[in-house]
Unconditional design. Structure first.
Length: 187
């Protein structure tokens, strides 16, 4: 396949992942100032499937759409005010998270859709580190915006989500194992 067709396919996949991230924000369970959502799973999947460059494009499209007023953030939120609120640090942390996932999962093929069979361990490590990156940006931001103590911010903005993130990572593994070969075959 020539470079133009490949780039066009990756643009389409990137747009698809931006839409999936937005849809994941609507699958929400409110548990305080930070709801449980599926959008972070789609961020991790974007990094695994598309690599860091196109994964970054999909996350950037998603965040830009929300900042420009499209109701794509959790609970249908939108606008720069949502980024400045309690969940803003988590949203902005999707950017370094998707980059890390794309680079760690397969650094020699970080442009996405290059190898059909990859080892499971790099994907798992990438997703765990990507999830940790989201906490590293989200919890301090939550503390700063709300004035919570560190203990309270960790108790409210991280602890309740760890089991859910483990489940999301476990769910992402068969998704990647099933869809990656199909995406590569068709690219």
């Amino acid at each position: 396949m020539d470079g133009v067709s490949r780039d066009l396919r990756l643009m389409v996949y990137s747009s698809l992942f931006a839409a999936l991230i937005a849809a994941g924000a609507f699958i929400s369970i409110p548990v305080g100032p930070i709801p449980i959502v599926l959008q972070n799973m789609f961020v991790l999947l974007a990094g695994l499937f598309l690599g860091w460059k196109w994964g970054l494009a999909s996350v950037s499209i998603y965040i830009l759409a929300g900042v420009l007023g499209l109701p794509v953030f959790s609970s249908g939120g939108a606008g720069i005010g949502h980024i400045m609120g309690p969940t803003g640090g988590y949203l902005i942390s999707y950017i370094p998270a998707v980059i890390l996932v794309g680079l760690i999962s397969n650094p020699s093929h970080s442009e996405g859709l290059k190898e059909e069979k990859r080892a499971l361990l790099p994907d798992l490590i990438a997703m765990v580190i990507g999830s940790c990156m989201v906490y590293c940006g989200g919890v301090p931001w939550l503390k700063m915006v709300t004035g919570m103590s560190w203990n309270k911010a960790v108790a409210v903005g991280m602890i309740p989500f760890i089991i859910g993130d483990i489940i999301k990572i476990a769910a992402a593994v068969p998704i990647v194992r099933t869809l990656r070969p199909l995406m590569i075959k068709n690219s």
